[in-house]
Design a protein around this ligand. Structure first.
Ligand code: LMR
Length: 399
């Protein structure tokens, strides 16, 4: 029996502090702010003109149907809802949907898909390096490092000028070694909003093929940029050209089911049998981490995709979200020539050329919450808050 406690022993009491993900810290800070006119352009959730994140009407109906018709909650297995993944294939893979060298499984959100995809890489080739653009989503590097893989950064964006550092990016990718992984944002780049155009995608994939890199595409915002098809352009280019491709996909945003954690991972290898082996490893890694993905959100999403009427209504609601994103972008871009670049970008995020001190000042003095990096969510605010946001940003930029 334990009768004494050695306070000097290494143990739970000696854990070092954690520097938590700044985006999650921002949610807590904003929630704690009592000022009624606060503006939350921090975390990436879509809000409508009234400033709410409603459950899609079609999702409510699908959930009702799920409740009415589900007769069991027995286990589904590590791959989750297989019909859900099957129905996603044409959306994500387009003309490659029938390719038997590509296999997918359901994951807990895009984050689960990312982790699982990098686990697969680490299992296959622990010495692979992951080429990660700067800046990138703050959770990308910790997810990669958690699998033991090494990160090598490539320059992606010049914040002051609002442009992609394309030549530098290409040079860095050319320095990659065969078997290294190029992490790419499929669309609606987070945090910059600066997406590769079609020519740039072609060039990136050309280099990836030449160098023998594996493209790993994070597709978290399909349908929020130019359109469902257009936003998958990079994925399709990679699948056209490469034998090995990994896609981490999320339905959390385009079906507005954030907290339900709905995503999928697609893996392509050079042969059907190699893909089957890779997916057996993926299934085993999933089993070790979460055993099986949560069912509810994927089941409701599957009901929508399986019913032409519900699917049509989803597309209408998705288009409305995209239209709001793009119209708020245009409104901000028109307000000030220094913000004109925001009108050329896509998805929920853009970066303001503000220092951390300026961001903190906006938080303290104007109750405007954005990431320390200057990333803000263009649809974080309701219509009634946009003018105040624009004025405060203009003040911070000076002049
Ligand atoms: C974001 O970037 O704000 C979202 O992807 C939410 C998150 O988990 O960080």
């Amino acid at each position: 029996m334990l009768t004494e406690t050695d306070t000097k022993a290494r143990g739970l009491a000696d854990l070092p502090p954690v520097h938590s993900d700044s985006l999650l810290a921002l949610i807590a800070m904003c929630d704690a702010d009592p000022r009624p006119d606060k503006i939350d352009v921090g975390v990436g959730v879509f809000r409508d003109g009234a400033g709410n994140t409603p459950i899609l009407k079609v999702m409510k109906d699908a959930e009702q149907r799920l409740v009415d018709t589900q007769i069991t909650k027995a286990y589904l297995g590590s791959a989750g809802d297989k019909r859900f993944t099957e129905l996603l294939r044409p959306i994500v893979l387009g003309p490659h949907a029938a390719d038997e060298r590509i296999s997918g499984l359901q994951t807990p959100g895009g984050c689960g898909a990312l982790r699982l995809g990098f686990e697969l890489i680490a299992t296959a080739n622990p010495s692979a390096r992951v080429l990660v653009g700067t800046p990138t989503w703050p959770n990308h590097p910790p997810i990669v490092r958690a699998t033991g893989l090494e990160i090598s950064e490539y320059p992606y964006y010049e914040r002051g000028q609002g442009i992609i550092r394309f030549d530098d990016m290409i040079a860095a990718l050319k320095a990659g070694a065969p078997g290294d992984v190029a992490l790419l944002h499929g669309c609606c780049h987070n945090p910059t909003g600066a997406d590769l155009n079609e020519d740039q995608w072609r060039e990136v994939i050309r280099v990836v093929v030449d160098r023998g890199l594996i493209p790993f595409i994070d597709l978290a915002y399909q349908g929020f940029g130019r359109g469902l098809e257009e936003d998958a352009f990079g994925v399709r280019q990679a699948l056209d050209a490469c034998d090995e491709v990994i896609v981490a996909q999320s339905c959390d945003k385009n079906f507005s089911v954030y907290r339900d954690r709905v995503g999928s991972l697609f893996v392509k290898t050079g042969s059907k049998s190699a893909t089957a082996t890779a997916m057996a490893h993926v299934g085993q890694r999933a089993r070790e981490m979460w055993s099986m993905p949560p069912d509810h959100g994927a089941a409701a999403t599957r009901i929508i995709l399986d019913d032409p009427e519900l699917r049509g209504r989803w597309l209408v609601e998705l288009t409305a979200m995209r239209d709001r994103i793009n119209s708020v972008r245009q409104r901000i871009a028109r307000s000030d020539p220094r913000l004109a670049y925001i009108g050329q970008q896509f998805g929920m995020f853009s970066m303001l050329p503000l220092s951390k001190d300026q961001v903190v000042k906006l938080r303290e003095e104007e109750s405007i919450y954005m990431a320390d990096s200057g990333r803000f969510n263009v649809v974080g605010m309701g219509d009634g808050q946009i003018d105040r946001f624009i004025a405060a940003v203009a003040g911070a930029l000076g002049g």
